[in-house]
Design a protein around this ligand. Sequence first.
Ligand code: NOJ
Ligand code: NOJ
Ligand code: CA
Ligand code: CA
Length: 716
Amino acid sequence: MLTPNAGRLRPGLRLSLFTVAALTALAAAASPDTHVSNKQSFATDVVYQIVTDRFKDGDAANNPAGAAFSAGCTQLKLYCGGDWKGITQKISDGYLTGMGITALWISQPVENISAVINYSGTNSTSYHGYWARDFKRANTAFGSIADFQALITAAHNAGIKVIIDFAPNHSSPADPANSAFAENGRLYDNGTLLASYSSDPNGLFHHNGGTNFSSLEDGIYRNLFDLADLNHNKATVDAYFKSAIQGWLDLGVDGLRVDAVKHMPMGWQKNWMAHIHGYKPVFTFGEWFLGVNEVDPANHAFANGSGMSLLDFQYAQRVRQVLRDGSKTMQDLHQTIVDTAGQYGQVIDQVTFVDNHDMDRFHQAGAPQRRLEQALAITLTSRGVPAIYYGSEQYMAGNGDPNNRAMMSGFGTGTTAYQLIKKLAALRKSNAALAYGTQQERWLSPDVYLYERKFGSQVVLVAVNRSATSATTISGLVTALPAGSYTDVLGGLLGGGSLSVGSSGAVPNFVLGAGAVAVWQAAPAISTPTLGHVGPMMGKPGNVLTIDGRGFGATKGSVFFGSTAVTGASILSWEDTQIKVSVPAIAAGRYAVKVRNASAVDSNAYAGYQLLSGPQVTVRFIVTNATTALGENVYLTGDRFELSNWSSSTPVGPAFNQVVTSYPNWYYDVSVPASTTLQFKFIKKNGSAVTWEGGANHTFTTPASGTATVTVNWQP
Ligand code: NOJ
Ligand code: NOJ
Ligand code: CA
Ligand code: CA
């Protein structure tokens, strides 16, 4: 047992998560859109993903004792001692800032179970942070709340944002047949027991068995592996996660990575995100795992509708195929760039990576290091927010969990990968094309990819030759770079040379060496209003919206939501690269956001802002006796934007009919406006063929807070 966890914190510190406000110290001046204080956009950042237990042990005194701990980290399913003090040390000694890292994504910080679980002979612990016991307390093996605050303060002082992992899908492993297994999924609210998996009178957990991953519904409402699955349709669970996340946001957290978003109702997550964005809006991205070659429209719908972005698994799996495994070509990679630009409403907000703690590490022992270097170079210069898995810069290898989660192998700053990240992280801050720009193919073959990022007059051209043996002559290249001569931003680190550009962007033939990567750029000041990013992309009237870009000017102009101008005091701040506005109280719907400067010059329009009707609650809509013909599904529609405004072409759903209710009874959890009398109907659809319910519209008045369920019988 992990006994030292219990009682190590003094009682006063235990409460401090909710009583002490974090002090956000601001780092050295930078334009507001690129500054560490910008929690709504990570477009100019480089994220570094740390498994907290595996980075740096900064305090041996907090290490679990006994069977839970592995001295020397030889048993990778046990705790190895890494903690928040260790991360703070690596901020203070310059290791992270020296690499250009401007955001850390750390393990879920909440209190986890201390049990050592025997899984077919292997002792396992909660070292990864995904086995929560109390989301309102800290994991004492990672440190105290004071240590956490010290980490946030040190990070902000160094220009680094802190993203926490957060896993509201489940508590911890439970065995329905054996309440003595592990900690029986017990969930606490700042020390008060809410429920255990075997003693759950209020139904805070699902008791539907484990998922076989056969459908989206099956994965949401059954247990993921043996993890005690929480029922977000319960007001207690909803309120618990709203207040728990407020506590962490109050500590100064800058971003959230939400675990297992594919396994929770989207309606509940949207309502939770609306709550967060109305409280302290932070950049949030979810984990929706996609396997190799998997493309899932439900994943795109989630990214475009839930109020959070996603980890870009489509990109990650493809870049691994192209540069790690050699099973796909650069043409395939470019096709993924094209496809995802259409699939994701805001592709620059999806978080790109080449590996993580759930995949084999990209680098393989004995493989050429250049493959990883190329993958990192592409990830750091392509659309999306790049996240680098800890130890990549040290060429750590390791296949599968837990070999991909070994203790950090060392902190040398001389590796090529470390230097590469440093150079490109700086470019993400200085050239807005990397943050906000389009991505266009300029030269393509199975082995060679030249692409250009462009934002206004700022341009970055990247050339990559994955062949380790053949140089390629690049002929007929045209670029948006102005005429002139350009040196490689990487200074030849990966074999790149300089580029000369003639009139109209024509580039004389040149040779791109085997294995080479070159980056050329121009970043003239942008003086016309050019909108790069809007965040968060979902909100309600009165929320604060942050608009980033360049050339807005120093004098206040106006901001448009569609044709509605926001002016005067509703513009909360106006700077050349950042504007903050109060979201106007106009009809709910999707709006394009646009900036008009003080001289009446308009920016580009940024489409897709989702304006909600008001504060949200989650309602479970159930229809009974809705029999369908083969190929037909049941959907919901109604008189609010959140219910699709009576759309039969893009209604809410399809509803589910397997786990919580069974066919011919269907259900769907939906984020809808609170304290509102809704009118709604169910419809049956097969392709474009629609059968409406007959009779009068159903009505339902939603609660002011909490959750609700409304059940109607299908009206023929
Ligand atoms: C996905 C996480 O990334 C993985 O490591 C974890 O085990 C599961 N979700 C469950 O929390
Ligand atoms: C939309 C109408 O507003 C609603 O009242 C009606 O039930 C459906 N269309 C079906 O006709
Ligand atoms: Ca420690
Ligand atoms: Ca679930």
